[in-house]
Design a protein around this ligand. Structure first.
Ligand code: NAP
Length: 448
């Protein structure tokens, strides 16, 4: 007897995708979920974004594993919407679709020299040290004495901290070996974190900021004058300012590296002949405009010699063909998770609200989206159509020649990686190329 459960495609397998799948599989009147993912591996930024020295944050993957064990869940990795199948085809194969594929690209600074070799986006560096198979060939040259990180968010701190970690601190993590080797061999002596506004406007979280003061090989440096006169009425701001005051009061302890916080500066140009040689900054003043403090440039310029610049100024979403996209916000156009003007189509996570919040933020976000879908089921706008079957999806992918990685394929990758890590006292040693990943997925799937 065919199932009458509603069949939903969740596109993307990061936190928002898994939380949406979990909420659906727990809901009435009964749902089945196929999770479609471009990569052979699930977990999105939990695998490929969260810094490897933050294993506690990565441990949320256990909750994803429990969701994947629920009846009605299937995983199809190595399947890309827009390449292997279209939005319309998804709608014909499923009763509803939830897009939860995050924000694939980064914001740019829009300044001269941004494309010189040695000028990178933080997202590229993060993907490289985390083993993302599309980023392993990037030629990061860490053979510099000073690195500059533009931005005052948690990703900027991740990048600065990873650059400052010692081989001993990196050894027990799942950072890739080429990244551990390159970071360990780097002669970098100063990492400058540049904020266009003041310390009170920074968007990092206090815990992450505090960690910068606990590095084995790096002292921190803050100019106490930058900490004067800020409005500290907000508790979060006051806590951050307290941490920075404590940093500012420290005497250098002679560690080999310094992480310097430079506030009230914006990059105006990246200079160099064949590659980055320096970054030109302008000093800013803050002005209130429409109730917000904005950075306004003065005519004071400063040039920092540096061969390595990371812009860490936020991610940006990329759309899929035939799904309405809000260019201004860089998100799928939506109203509380219902995609604007598109039937049976929803979104969750960063592609719904923009690249903000921590992993847990996506639980409520995805549950809210599933709430809208349930309302539409209740109202009869979403209903099960008999032709939307699990077999129809399999036949479709087979006819297209799409070699999907199913969940047992992923668990075999997972087992191989963990076994390789266990020997070395690391959580895992990641497979870093498409070939290795697809081969591992097939090999163990065959023996299963
Ligand atoms: P973010 O928190 O939005 O920070 C972006 C930073 O870039 C802000 O300081 C912003 O300054 C600055 N910026 C933007 N445009 C700029 C420009 N043109 N020139 C100079 N500076 C510019 O973004 P993120 O660091 O990419 O993090 C994304 C999300 O992931 C955040 O919600 C973050 O908390 C989360 N995350 C969490 C963790 C963790 O929990 N450990 C780790 C990583 C990421 P303005 O404020 O002046 O715009």
């Amino acid at each position: 007897m065919p199932s009458s459960a509603l069949r939903v495609a969740v596109v993307g397998s990061g936190p928002a995708g898994f939380y949406a799948a979990g909420a659906l599989l727990d809901a009435e009147p009964g749902f089945e979920v196929d999770m479609l993912e471009r990569l052979p591996t699930p977990w999105g930024l939990v695998r490929l974004g969260v810094a490897p020295d933050h294993p506690k944050l990565k441990s949320v993957s256990r909750a994803f594993e429990r969701i994947a064990e629920k009846p009605g869940f299937r995983f199809f990795g190595n399947v890309e919407v827009g390449r292997d199948l279209s939005h319309r085809e998804l709608l014909s194969l499923y009763d509803a679709v939830i897009y939860a594929f995050g924000a694939q690209t980064d914001k740019r600074l829009g300044i001269p020299g941004e494309d010189l070799p040695g000028s990178w986006s933080a997202t590229e560096f993060v993907a490289w040290y985390n083993g993302h198979p599309d980023y392993q060939e990037l030629p990061f040259d860490l053979n510099v004495e000073r690195a500059v990180v533009i931005g005052n968010g948690n990703v900027a701190l991740d990048v600065a901290r990873m650059l400052a970690l010692t081989p001993e601190e990196l050894a027990p993590t799942d950072t890739t070996d080429p990244a551990i080797d390159a970071i360990g061999a780097s002669p970098v002596r100063e990492i400058v974190i540049v904020g266009r506004r003041g310390p009170a406007q920074a968007s990092w979280t206090t815990q992450e900021l505090k960690e910068m003061g606990e590095l084995a090989a790096a002292d921190v440096s803050v100019d106490p004058r930058d900490l004067e006169g800020a409005d500290e009425s907000d508790t979060h701001v006051r806590r951050n300012m307290d941490v920075l005051r404590e940093f500012a009061a420290r005497e250098p302890s002679g560690k080999p590296l310094v992480v310097r916080f430079l506030f009230f500066h914006s990059p105006v140009a990246i200079h160099g002949e064949a590659k980055v040689e320096s970054v030109e900054l302008v000093r800013n003043e803050l002005e209130e405009r429409d109730g917000r403090l904005v950075a306004v440039p003065t005519d004071e310029h400063e040039t920092l010699e540096s061969g390595l610049v990371f812009r860490s100024v936020g991610y940006r979403g990329v759309g899929v063909p035939d799904v309405p996209f809000d260019e201004g916000r860089g998100t799928i156009a939506n109203d509380g998770g219902r995609v604007t003007g598109a039937e049976r189509t929803y979104c969750a996570g960063w592609i719904k609200r923009g690249p903000t919040g921590i992993i847990g933020t996506n639980k409520k976000d995805a549950t809210d989206t599933v709430g809208r879908l349930l309302e539409d089921v209740e109202a009869g706008r979403v209903a099960h159509k008999p032709e939307a079957t699990p077999e129809a999806v399999e036949s479709f992918l087979a006819e297209r020649g799409v070699g999907a990685v199913v969940y047992s394929g992923w668990t075999s990758i997972d087992e191989l990686e963990r076994a390789a890590g266990e020997k070395l006292g690391r959580p895992r040693v990641k497979l870093r190329s498409w070939d290795e990943l697809l081969e591992a997925a097939e090999r163990v799937a065959e023996t299963a």
